[in-house]
Design a protein around this ligand. Structure first.
Ligand code: SF4
Length: 547
């Protein structure tokens, strides 16, 4: 006799586009389709089975028994569940019925569980990215599970800061469970915790409500609703619920250049919150606070956690002892920026020096660079405020990284002042431009070029009220060479448009990280200027330390 088979098929939220190919294949191979009548109607157009058996709610056991009976007669049967058959679906029950009958995989009927998209995933996708971190599903249905157990699970999940998806939150007769769940959650989470209510995801009557833990009961919640409750970090942005994964602890998300280099990111000192591999301890007092059941915001909890670790306390106005706030919700990043007194100005004022010392403080650093700038590294979560303070004392600000930097000579302390306005114009129009690789424009006020403009990516030398232009120096390394002279006698009005065209071409065509001299060497031509090899022809012995 032909050996039967049971597919236990999860068909996802219910629309065709979210059913897997394997689920469709299983349904189309099956001679019998067995399921809850609402679900059978949802997939009826996909099947050609000779028999469709649909039964009502609470008939799950008879459906599983019938599936086993038909498979034992040699038929191929699909038992269907919405979502995933292994998440509150029919998969477990089919196995339990088989186990009662002494089934063994080795010689019994074949069983295949076909996975589908569960509500936690389909609903999350409709409201942003709320399940980006540890999460759990809890069914509030107490038809088969004692409420005392469900209650413990809600409390444990709330205490452990899981994102929670509540399934079966409410029905005609079960209305109290969701109220109790909210009460428990509010003991551990802020009333403003984001909550998404998704009803009939990806079906015709889909309905989405974005609310908060405090307000959620003021909205329609029914049998077909999934309630997604954020953790203590979840936030709303543009009506989307987002749960951060934690990248902001190590990365500056708005910047391409990161304070931590790839080889530093997994080092112990870069993650002081991690489990210490030698002692088995972690720096966190969070669990101790959670045990106490306090109705506090995430920030208050975090501050108290740190206070527990450090033992620091402070006194409130009413005499109550409070944990001293130690951290802000925002994670501090290292803000890097270059400052100088000006393009042509090399003199710092006492006020500027004082301001630098105050801004940098004990935890930041300042370093003078060959680009005539002070490179600042300041721990802050308010970089814009830092910039405002620096600008208020007259600093010229330069971003760090792959940007255009203008450096000029001191114009013999102003005696050769004719050229200064042009240097300032270049800084104003082009300074800070984002480029494939850092690029320096060296600007010198006379043909002496004593500030080595010809050793920069682009060198500009003012001579006889006109300009000479050099491009493509390799400023460092044993194969360093000067830039190639490409034009002389450029009229002042033509200078900035010409440099802009060179930069535009480089920006559009260079590979990422390709410095201007490499680009020039590779393409052999920039605008009308042909490349000439400026490197020395002497044969170099291999260097013991690399290039
Ligand atoms: S390059 Fe010319 S103008 Fe500039 S500092 Fe040197 S000598 Fe003076």
């Amino acid at each position: 006799m032909k050996k039967g088979k049971i597919f236990v098929v999860g068909f996802g939220p219910g629309d065709y586009e979210h059913i897997t190919k394997r689920a469709i294949d299983a349904l189309q191979q099956s001679e019998y389709i067995i399921g809850y009548k609402t679900y059978v109607e949802l997939i009826a157009h996909l099947v050609t089975a000779k028999s469709i058996i649909s039964t009502g709610m609470t008939e799950e056991v008879s459906r599983a028994q019938e599936a086993v009976r038909q498979a034992e007669l040699g038929n191929i049967v699909s038992v269907i569940s919405s979502g995933d058959a292994g998440v509150y679906g029919m998969a477990g029950l089919v196995y339990e019925v088989l186990i009662e009958l002494g089934w063994k995989e080795e010689n019994g009927i074949e069983v295949e569980v076909v996975p589908g998209i569960s509500a936690i995933n389909s609903c999350a996708s409709l409201i942003g990215a709320p399940v980006m971190h540890d999460s759990c599903t809890i069914s509030l249905s107490d038809h088969l599970t004692p409420w005392t157990i469900i209650e413990k699970r809600i409390e444990a999940a709330a205490m452990a800061d899981f994102v929670i998806a509540l399934y079966n939150p409410k029905s005609g007769r079960r209305t109290r469970q969701i109220v109790e769940a909210q009460r428990i959650l509010l003991e551990y989470r802020s009333p403003s915790t984001p909550v998404g209510l998704v009803k009939s995801a990806y079906r015709e009557k889909q309905q989405i409500t974005m609310t908060t833990l405090e307000e959620m009961l003021n909205h329609d919640i029914g049998m077909l609703t999934t309630v997604i409750i954020g953790n203590s970090s979840t936030f709303y942005y543009d009506n989307k619920m987002i749960t951060p994964r934690g990248y902001q602890r190590k990365y500056t998300l708005g910047e391409e250049k990161q304070a931590l280099k790839p080889h530093q990111r997994l080092k112990k000192e870069a993650e002081p919150w991690a489990l210490d591999q030698d002692t088995g301890l972690a720096k966190s007092g969070y669990e101790k606070i959670a045990e106490k059941k306090v109705n506090k915001s995430a920030l208050e909890l975090a501050n108290e956690a740190l206070a527990l670790v450090s033992g620091s306390k402070s006194e409130a106005s009413n005499g109550q002892t409070l944990a001293k706030p130690l951290i802000q919700q925002k994670v501090e990043s290292i803000f890097e920026i270059g400052v100088s007194p000006g393009v042509a100005n090399k003199s710092f004022t006492p006020e500027q020096m004082r301001t630098l010392a105050e801004l940098v403080g004990d935890n930041g650093t300042m370093e003078y660079t060959p680009e005539h700038k002070i490179h600042l590294k300041i721990p802050t979560d308010e970089p814009q405020k830092v910039v405002e303070v620096l600008e208020s004392v007259g600093f010229l600000i330069a971003p760090i990284g792959d940007y255009l930097n203008v450096k000029a000579c001191d114009f013999c302390y102003g005696e050769k002042a004719d050229a200064i306005p042009y240097a300032e114009m270049i800084q104003r129009d082009l300074g800070g431009m984002k480029l494939p690789k850092e690029l320096h424009i060296g600007f010198n006020g006379c043909g002496m070029a004593c500030y080595r403009a010809v050793f920069d990516d682009i060198g500009i030398v003012y001579r006889k009220k006109k300009f000479d232009l050099f491009i493509g120096a390799k400023p460092v390394g044993r194969t360093a060479h000067a830039a190639q002279p490409v034009a002389e006698g450029i009229e002042p009005d033509a200078l900035i448009p010409l440099v802009t065209r060179i930069l535009d071409e480089y920006k559009q065509n260079a590979h990422p990280n390709e410095r201007l001299f490499k680009y020039f060497k590779r393409v052999k031509r920039i605008l009308d200027y042909s490349y000439q090899d400026m490197s020395s022809k002497i044969e170099l012995e291999p260097a013991p330390c690399g290039d």
